[in-house]
Ligand binder design. Sequence first.
Ligand SMILES: [Zn+2]
Length: 134
Amino acid sequence: MVGVHEWALAEAVVLTLSQYLREVGWSRVSRVVVSLGELQAVDREVFEFALKELTSLYGVEVGRFEVVDEEASFECRSCGFRWRLRDLNLPDEVRESIHFLPEAAYAYVRCPRCGSADFALLSGRGVRLVGVEP
Ligand SMILES: [Zn+2]
């Protein structure tokens, strides 16, 4: 099943992009910026390859794709404190399991201020189209 996930994510990006281009009436773009959540376990090389293949499949002309990282951040529902994944002093194996399965964050992450396990994930999941340049 290697790569299936990446292709599905890339397809969602390309479909959104082609719809956007139809709306604005552009036939090609020079640069597209895509943000990739830190907690989205994807093989970046496969993802970038899939983006390129799918744009030609969907007839979208893109000069260059730029994939940027979106940091994982959390907000405590008890005290309102906000923090980032990298602020926490987690062992490497825990960090890795969170990258592999974001839901694992709920087993390991606690609010650094009040210790609550009731928090929301503000960013760091999913793939988003963040910029399109003609
Ligand atoms: Zn808190």
